[in-house]
Design a protein. Sequence first.
Length: 275
Amino acid sequence: MAEGSQGASMDRILQEISAVGRKLEGMDSAMVALTAETRSMRLEIAGFQSQMSGLDQRVTTVETQVASWTDSCQELMYLRSKLTDLEDRSGRNNIHLSGLPEGIEGTDLISYLRDILPKLTGITFDPPLEFERVHRLGPKRQEGRGRPCSIIACLLRHGQARQMLQIARAQGPLLLGTLEIRLSADFSKETVDRRRAFLSLHPRLCHLDVKFGLFEPARMWITKTGESRTFFDPEDLRTFLDRLQEQAQLMETTNSDTPRHTRCILGNQPPRNRL
């Protein structure tokens, strides 16, 4: 009887050992699959690492190129500003005349200008005006079609050109009989565009009660609440005016939210000494 029970116990033990063995075999197969999957993941990670290394090299190359392009762009902007400055300086002896009908000068434009410019400006030039070159801009216009071409006159003496331009700025259009003749300085296209951009901001300057003046070649001087500033870029001035307008709107909102009697009391208080 005891031998039978021992045999049954041994059978159960063998069955359990067999079950554990089967489980271990399953775990072995799972470990093999896990090992294979891990190996595959390692290969993928190695591929990602090589790709990232390649991307790092590309990013470094792009950053180097962008830095080089930035330096080149800054150099080009500097050279462009120098070229504009040289172009403006080369035209310091020039005057730009508009409003003279084509053909009115006859066959000798230089003699005609030498005769009418003293009459237009009211200046007696001593020595007389001398020109290096004079010519009209653009192709000849047909009579009665469009405005006549402007005239560029390069004077021999810079002081005489300055005198005429000062008269023109002070008086505006000059009269030659019934004709309105405008005299202006001869600036480069970039400078003319900047001056026009500054002039387009005149209404905003007046609205914000800002004193201003446009000086040659293209710089805007302003004064607001006793503080003076000079702008060479119209966009910088536009940004400054935006800030002033925001401050003015904020002040209006604050004043409108303050009760009237409070404003009166505050207005009657003596000013405090500021440190």
